[in-house]
Design a protein around this ligand. Sequence first.
Ligand code: PLP
Length: 331
Amino acid sequence: MIDLSRFPRVNLCHQPTPLEPLPRLSEQLGGPRIWIKRDDCTGLATGGNKTRKLEFLIGEALAQNAEIVVTQGAVQSNHVRQTAAAACRHGLACHALLEHRVPNTTDAYEASGNVFLDHLFGCTLEYRPAGLDMNAEAQQVVDRMNAEGRRAYMIPGGGSNETGALGYVVCAQELVAQAAERDMRIDWIVTATGSTGTHAGLVAGLYAAGADIPVMGVSVRQPRDRQVAAVHRLAESTARLLGAPGLPVEAIRVDDGYIGEGYGIPAPSTIEAIRTAARTDAILLDPVYSGKGFAGLLGLARAGFFGPDDNVVFLHTGGAVALFAYENAFQ
Ligand SMILES: *Cc1c(COP(=O)(O)O)cnc(C)c1O
């Protein structure tokens, strides 16, 4: 067990999240055996992967006596919605900068799904055009608030720094324990990878725990080389935080074949993956992240990448609230 007790932490997550088989999908594919780790069921405001990161980020914000957290994301950011919810739970204010990162959006995209919930949680919002360094923009807002005597705490986009990645160190430990309980070998973990904290935390946690399970990150935004470098940077610094020596870059695996036209634009394979997961095992994926991640899983399985008896765990990172903002993509 990795000792995380020195890091400030609050309780936000229903954990452990279930590890469940997907029998109908596994049968339809004719192998491998597909499992799903239900981080869409973390229990905070419709769930998702940011909940685990926020246990440590909000913990640190409270330890620093903050009164407001500031973060950023795309307009339909699941991270902003979960941060706004976590702030409510701990009596903090929340302010978010939303980037118009996705082109040609609908009215539903601008107002429904996560944006509707941001407002419901009382999060204050301001907007930015596409292409800025959004963490730098948010840091400027934090600096201005602090200069005005407010105690603001910066949470980077996706909650992806070493502190947030600790949430996925916890998840790595959970998966290792769940596999041991079932006397089951996990051959692969597959998940969507974006701002990198999930992928990096998982790899760092597995590495620090001495568990040799490969993680395939399905990129939702960046080409492979850039995503590998970004995930490696954070995985290595997170592993160091845990007292492990540097982490080899070979431990970072990324497939960039399922991005389609870009971030936030579902590809035909994304829509097919969302329909397949819904109609085989009644799993709700999202059009920006988990739909692309699952499309990667299906593509790899159909191409014979996995062994027929492998146990492949899809880490479901949540996001289904955004389906309501993307209804037009299913027509
Ligand atoms: C943020 C997010 C991801 C990506 O996780 P990162 O840690 O940013 O790489 C995947 N799925 C969903 C639903 C998300 O909201």
